[in-house]
Design a protein around this ligand. Structure first.
Ligand code: GDP
Ligand code: IMO
Ligand code: MG
Length: 423
């Protein structure tokens, strides 16, 4: 068997959580392969809304095995809170249904402080990080200083924890950072106990064996392609590989183990945090998208910046990920606009190009094609044939321009609000 992957093609928040929840019944195992609590994956059903940060989004479907892979970074406080809030909803995670890699790295309380200190130090050029300690944790991973989950079940953990924390305190002094964390360290050690109650495994072996045994696995990406550490809008990116390649290293999969790559994108574009965004709207249409689409961060509550769909960026993401099918979310938000736009290519120094330049901060002029809008509410539609012709025209145009079929159109936040398109 092969692993299918679902990942974001923009700057995150494309609706990954919702679609993983929709697709989960087709899979036996759902995994996360990178990122950490910077992710906020929302799903809705029966009038309730849930936001997951570390736990895979198939967790609300019965009898799934959830695996947190080695590429993920875990904050024990946030993890324990998530386990507890799921428990409150009657979802009991235990050794049978949640496995965590021994090789996943720990976000220490001081990693969070370092994230805040680094951002404060950067001042006006800050990344706008989620302040969850992601950057400093991955820095310690690649710097070969990090603590892994496997360390918490081996002797010498406290010594390693103290040594790394001391080093961080020196760094914080260097930043002249005075932030305090109240009782975070205490909660952190309580969280470590919660993690210890789960099975910490060599997940690369488990996952490959599950595939050998014919199990269906879906790997759930976090963030989005344009936030990828190598190919995103550097330095305004996250600190992991958010693309298909990240699923290989973040789970221990060989390239031949990858099946379908499901790339998800919004019918428009959003970004939260700093960094270039060529099609950003600074007018009432941007505000319309933000209000109608409830575009406020699931993790930080920050307003998301909104703009039109960017085809050069979408094609780039499709290329990097080897996307085999596309999933479009939130076209329902466009309902009521007389017209809307798509950026078909860029003009840089007077020349047309389809290619993303070295930096999206360069003098890019997006060139747009206008589409006629529709007025009706489409959130109740479940059959493709019932969608407005104007939306079908938009879908057909995107398919023609990218060469990849759109197989699902999501028309609302609820798990029922999907239009499956026959292939
Ligand atoms: P993720 O990080 O990719 O999982 O996405 P988020 O959960 O951060 O943000 C997506 C937001 O859009 C959430 O509030 C979802 O409930 C919502 N959402 C997902 N799909 C749709 C859709 O098709 N239409 C509308 N209106 N909202 C959606
Ligand atoms: P999901 O999985 C949207 C953004 C932050 C910031 C940059 C770096 O919900 O799509 P970090 O905390 O990772 O160091 O922040 O990346 N960012 C996200 N934006 N969705 C996310 O996750 C994000 N995770 C990080 O806003 O600009
Ligand atoms: Mg999100």
């Amino acid at each position: 068997m092969k692993t299918d992957i679902l990942l974001g093609l923009q700057w995150g928040d494309e609706g990954k959580g919702k679609i993983v929840d929709v697709l989960a019944p087709d899979y036996e195992v759902i995994t996360r392969f990178q990122g950490g609590p910077n992710a906020g994956h929302s799903l809705e059903f029966k009038g309730k809304k849930f936001i997951l940060h570390t736990i895979p989004s198939g967790v609300f479907r019965k009898d799934k095995l959830n695996i947190i892979g080695n590429g993920v970074v875990i904050d024990p406080v946030i993890f324990a809170e998530e386990i507890q809030s799921l428990k409150n909803e009657g979802i009991e995670l235990n050794k049978e249904n949640l496995l965590i890699s021994t090789k996943a790295h720990l976000i220490l309380p001081t990693h969070r402080l370092l994230d805040a200190a680094s951002e404060a130090f950067k001042g006006g050029s800050k990344i706008g990080s989620t302040l969850k300690g992601i950057g400093p944790t991955y820095m310690d991973k690649t710097g070969r200083n990090g603590l892994r989950l496997g360390d918490i079940i081996r002797p010498g953990f406290m010594g390693k924890y103290k040594a790394l924390t001391l080093k961080h305190k020196d760094l914080l002094n260097m930043y002249h950072y005075k932030g305090e964390q109240d009782d975070y360290e205490k909660k952190w050690f309580d969280g470590i106990e919660v993690i210890r109650s789960f099975d910490l495994v060599e997940s690369e072996y488990r996952i490959n064996r599950l595939l050998d045994d014919g199990r269906n696995i879906l790997a759930e990406g976090a963030q989005g392609t344009l936030l990828d550490i190598d190919f995103g809008t550097y330095p305004y990116v996250t600190s992991s590989n958010t693309i298909t390649a990240g699923a290989l290293t973040g789970l221990g999969l060989a390239p031949s183990r990858i099946g379908h790559v499901k790339g998800i994108f919004k019918a428009y574009c959003t970004r939260v945090g700093s960094g270039p965004f060529p099609t950003e709207l600074h007018n009432e249409k941007g505000e319309f998208l933000r209000q109608k689409g409830h575009e406020y961060g699931a993790t930080t509550g920050r307003p998301r910046r909104c703009g039109w769909l960017d085809l050069p960026a979408l094609r780039y993401a499709i290329m990097l990920n080897g996307v085999t099918e596309l999933i479009m979310t939130k076209p329902d938000v466009l309902s009521g606009l007389e017209s809307f736009m798509i950026c078909t290519h860029y003009q840089i120094d007077g020349k047309n190009t389809n290619q993303l330049p070295y930096s999206l901060e360069d003098n890019i002029k997006p060139v747009y094609k206008s589409f006629k809008g529709w007025s009706q509410d489409i959130s109740g539609i479940r059959m493709y044939r019932d969608l407005p012709e104007e939306l079908k025209a938009y879908k057909n145009f995107i398919e023609k321009e990218t060469g990849i079929p759109i197989t699902i159109i999501s028309v609302g936040p609820d798990r029922e609000a999907v239009v499956m398109i026959e292939k």
